[in-house]
Design a protein around this ligand. Structure first.
Ligand code: AMP
Ligand code: TRP
Length: 331
């Protein structure tokens, strides 16, 4: 297969969770050797809900460092901050003008995030147009994301098609790259809700930087369904099925192998082993994270990443503006 362009992003809002890792980052790492990859920290997206400046700065650096700690190699993949490449904001605006209100109103993430709030920023509403710009600027073929981003990807594909139809072939139509197992890791306190870093209950998610003891405590307290069997059955046993998914993804086993191993055993033994599997999966990442943060090398990595990203993004932006009829600036 010819080298494909791969792009994805993660918001620097709160601590990254095991859901982010299993649903997205693991695939970033797997794809980097075969493809031409761009991974960014989407700080412009994070500010669609209020952020405290010092916390935004810290979280941005932390997420970039976690990318590297999880195994992304800056020599293989460009790692950068979205706000360091101004073309994102600019193409975001151009695409916002081509996005229909009705399309944005249908986005479930907007409905979830705005529900019950009386002051909702307009940025939260037009967020998917900015995400489309992120993807289309790089002529991305594949976008590794968790299940919750499918709808945004669909809109991105529609916008790319709409642009190409109106102004001539300009954008590549991207495909989502969603893992078969683990695309939607659920909350530890409710097997019907997505594990989320913005949950007020810290016991509902495992953060990538949680200590081994915190991880053990959270898993031992994780909700389990009625009955004792370790069976993968999302309809009837959502909580146990979720824990099995985490086990499989952190150990490299299949769901069938996990089910066979724990056939006839109770939740207690399973959870104990699960905690150790998660602790071991995160240990190398946590050690590497500490080294990267203390060395300060992330600033250099981000500078290089932004340079590589800008080179690609600016070419696309120029083509887009020319196709749309903007008067070129004379040199
Ligand atoms: P976000 O934290 O919203 O920026 O999400 C970053 C990436 O992680 C996206 O690709 C999401 O789809 C993915 N992701 C977030 N939460 C989960 C989850 N609970 N299970 C699987 N993937 C997730
Ligand atoms: N919307 C994504 C999320 O919440 C983050 C994101 C922004 C993204 N731009 C992107 C993901 C481009 C993939 C590609 O998870």
């Amino acid at each position: 297969m010819a080298k494909q362009r791969v792009l994805s992003g993660i918001q620097p809002s709160g601590k990254l969770t095991l859901g982010n890792y299993i649903g997205a980052m693991k695939n970033f790492v797997a794809l980097q050797h075969e493809h031409d990859c761009f991974f960014m920290v989407v700080d412009l997206h994070a500010i669609t809900v209020p952020q405290e400046p010092a916390a935004l700065r810290e979280q941005s650096e932390a997420v970039a460092a976690l990318f590297v700690a999880a195994g992304l190699d800056p020599a293989q993949a460009s790692i950068f901050m979205q706000s360091h490449v101004p073309a994102h904001a600019e193409l975001g605006w151009l695409l916002t003008t081509m996005t229909y209100m009705g399309e944005l109103e249908r986005m479930t993430q907007f409905k979830d995030k705005s529900e019950g709030k009386d002051a909702v920023g307009a940025g939260l509403f037009v967020y998917p147009s900015l995400m489309a710009a992120d993807i289309l600027l790089y002529n991305s073929n594949l976008v590794p994301v968790g299940d919750d981003q499918k709808q945004h990807l669909e809109l991105t594909r529609d916008l790319a098609g709409r642009f190409n139809y109106r102004y001539g072939e300009t954008f590549v139509i991207p495909e989502p790259f969603i893992p078969k197992v683990g695309a939607r890791i659920m909350s530890l306190d409710d097997g019907t809700k997505k594990m989320s870093k913005s949950s007020p209950n810290v016991g509902s998610f495992i953060a990538l930087l949680d200590s081994p003891d915190e991880i053990r405590k959270k898993i031992s307290r994780a909700k389990t369904d009625l009955g004792r069997e370790i069976i993968y059955d999302v309809q009837n046993k959502p909580e146990v099925s979720n824990l099995m998914t985490i086990f499989a993804q952190c150990s490299g086993q299949t769901l069938e192998q996990v089910q066979t191993t724990y056939d006839g055993q109770g939740y207690g033994a399973f959870k104990k082993d699960l905690a150790e599997v998660v602790v071991q999966a995160l240990e190398p990442l946590q050690n590497k994270y500490a080294d990267i943060r203390s060395s300060g090398e992330i600033h250099h990595i981000l500078r290089e990443g932004a340079e590589r990203a800008s080179t690609v993004a600016e070419i696309t932006l120029r083509e887009v503006k020319e196709a749309m009829g903007f008067l070129p600036r004379a040199h």
